[in-house]
Design a protein around this ligand. Structure first.
Ligand SMILES: C[S@@+](CC[C@H](N)C(=O)[O-])C[C@H]1O[C@@H](n2cnc3c(N)ncnc32)[C@H](O)[C@@H]1O
Length: 276
């Protein structure tokens, strides 16, 4: 989306403060201009915090570098494009804690958005590779510098066999409309003893289609868990979508089709060829 001219003028005004996760306009605006600014900032994922000590639009991710690039381009990604709902900070901590990331672990974030989770993962010493479909969000991820590698691509179109090794951890908040496809694809990038943690549409806890029921069975079999998240978990990002948290630990011999499992297949085929 292009910034309306008046909004661009306000946001590039030297008096406007854009720091960390906040945008503050410390001068008077005409009502119609204020409304336009407010609309754009909300559309980018911000929410107005009118408390005296804040009085700013607060974002669930670091807006500073992101805004600099958007203003330079004159364009911004709307939060609803391609199902972008940034994970709020408290939930990021919960997800990354659950994944148990240790310094030096390789971590995949396959729908990384503007990096709400990659920053936390990197701060714990995780070596994080990100995939993101949206060109501008992929650029933001690169400029933030938290990731070892950023791939701008449709994750579902990536072939796990193009990766030499699987990941120790996979942490994800995929688009809500086809989240389970993303999770099942991501398992193929995980080591046998890896852990996958995903935020998913809460429907996964009761959907009765074959794919969802099979998945719940596998989660139980490997000692994983699907936990309901509070209904307002994404309120700060402007959506009331109900979510759950999937914890999927792998182990050698489980029926998960992990990256290690895929890598073992050619050797098995060789064996059969030899036997023939
Ligand atoms: C719900 S948002 C979550 C963003 C980020 N993981 C976070 O926690 O803040 C989903 C992200 O997935 C991206 N996305 C959608 N479809 C994708 C695909 N097929 N491959 C890679 N990324 C995709 C969207 O552009 C969006 O940024």
């Amino acid at each position: 989306m292009f910034f309306p001219t008046d909004v661009l003028t306000v946001l590039t005004d030297q008096r406007t403060e854009i720091r960390h996760d906040q945008v503050r306009v410390p001068f008077e605006l005409d009502r119609p201009v204020y409304e336009q600014v407010d609309k754009v900032l909300r559309d980018m994922g911000g929410r107005w915090d009118g408390r005296k000590k804040v009085r700013a639009h607060v974002f669930p991710y670091r807006i500073e570098e992101f805004m600099r690039q958007c203003l330079a381009a004159g364009e911004y990604p709307s939060k609803n494009e391609q199902g972008w709902y940034a994970t709020p900070p408290a939930l990021v901590t919960q997800v990354v804690d659950l994944a148990g990331i240790r310094a030096g672990d390789t971590v995949l974030e396959p729908s990384a958005g503007a990096g709400a989770m990659t920053a936390d993962i990197a701060s714990r010493g995780g070596l994080v590779d990100a995939v993101e479909l949206d060109e501008r969000r992929a650029q933001i991820l690169r400029s933030q510098g938290d990731c070892r590698k950023v791939t701008e691509a449709d994750f579902l179109g990536l072939d796990p066999l193009d990766w030499e090794q699987g990941y120790d951890r996979i942490v994800m908040n995929p688009p809500f409309n086809n989240g389970l496809d993303h999770i099942l694809h991501a398992v193929q990038f995980m080591k046998d003893d890896g852990i996958l943690v995903a935020i998913m549409n809460q429907g996964l806890m009761w959907w009765s289609d074959q794919k969802s029921t099979d998945f719940r069975e596998v989660v139980e079999e490997v000692g994983g868990d699907i936990e309901r998240l509070p209904d307002d978990s994404f309120a700060v990002s402007g959506t009331g979508v109900r979510t759950c948290l999937v914890y999927l630990p792998g182990y050698a011999g489980s029926r998960l089709r992990t990256h290690d499992w895929l890598m073992r297949q050619p050797r098995q085929l060789d064996l059969f060829e030899f036997a023939a």
